[in-house]
Design a protein around this ligand. Structure first.
Ligand SMILES: C[S@@+](CC[C@H](N)C(=O)[O-])C[C@H]1O[C@@H](n2cnc3c(N)ncnc32)[C@H](O)[C@@H]1O
Length: 268
């Protein structure tokens, strides 16, 4: 960790990697509201540390509605994660495509858990400048599609695998193989991630895959059971701005729009 400004230009502008700054920025934006959905103060602190043209980023992510999707999605995953960790206080946590997300600080402020955050090597180099590797917390720089890194994660305890904002960027074949590797490695646990509506995947060339529903994943991998699939618009009451609560209520009423962003929880 270094205390000065961190240069984001070291991260490749390949479209996908850059998105981690968009989600971080939107969580910081949420944190500035009087009644934030997620209240991620670490995101706000990280943004302060990064040397980047945030005015340009603001034009690109256009906070004004989309930030609520990011806040609602993360809040549901945090709630599921916290519930799993309350049931399994000795669990291992493996977060894939962590970007600059501060979930380990939100769910494990003392650094007591065996927690592994993985992202591409250039992202982890940047991440190490912002977040300390403390307690039993470790970062791994690798692509999820590569072999090798999974063997670094001990498999002797229940595992919580989190993949937020990652799987839509992978091909169906890569996701299927990844899920198989995870359930081959770990005897039991939960896998929580988010997906997108099929029409959203078709519209954006960066996206490659998303389940139509949890049964798609169960058919691929019979060890995975879909326990919950929750459109993030379900939690629209948490939105602190009335006109957006109304907008999200309308979105929720239309099935194709309700599925814009869905959080999934699988057990195995
Ligand atoms: C939308 S960002 C989400 C970051 C973080 N989970 C969040 O919610 O802020 C997508 C992340 O996935 C990472 N990513 C994409 N493809 C990857 C791969 N093959 N292996 C590891 N990470 C990958 C990117 O580097 C980026 O950090």
């Amino acid at each position: 960790m270094n205390e000065g400004k961190v240069d984001f230009r070291a991260v490749p502008d390949d479209g996908v990697t850059w998105t981690l700054l968009g989600t971080l920025y939107l969580r910081a934006w949420d944190n500035r509201l009087p009644h934030p959905i997620l209240g991620d103060r670490y995101a706000a602190e990280a943004i302060e540390r990064i040397d980047y043209d945030f005015a340009k980023l603001k034009r690109r992510v256009r906070p004004g509605g989309s930030q609520f999707l990011v806040g609602l999605r993360a809040r549901q995953l945090d709630d599921w994660g916290a519930a799993f960790l309350a049931r399994h206080p000795d669990a291992t946590v493996l977060q894939l495509g962590c970007g600059l997300d501060s979930r380990m600080m939100r769910l494990d402020p003392e650094g007591a858990l065996r927690w592994f955050d993985l992202d591409m090597p250039q992202v982890i180099d940047l991440r190490r400048q912002i977040y300390p590797e403390r307690g039993r917390y470790r970062m791994i720089g690798a692509s999820v599609t590569e072999d090798g890194w999974l063997e670094e994660i001990p498999a002797d305890r229940p595992v919580l695998v989190v993949a937020e904002g990652l799987l839509p960027y992978l091909t169906a074949a890569d996701v299927r193989r990844l899920l198989g590797r995870l359930t081959d490695r770990f005897p039991s646990g939960e896998l929580i991630f988010d997906g997108l509506a099929p029409w959203v995947v078709r519209m954006n060339k960066l996206f490659q895959w998303s389940p139509r529903d949890g049964r798609d994943v169960e058919r691929w991998n019979p060890r995975l059971t879909c326990a919950e699939q929750v459109p993030v618009t379900t939690h629209r009451r948490l939105i602190p701005v009335r006109r957006y609560r109304v907008l999200y209520r309308l979105l929720h009423a239309v099935p194709a729009l309700r599925n814009i962003s869905v959080d999934y929880r699988f057990t195995f």
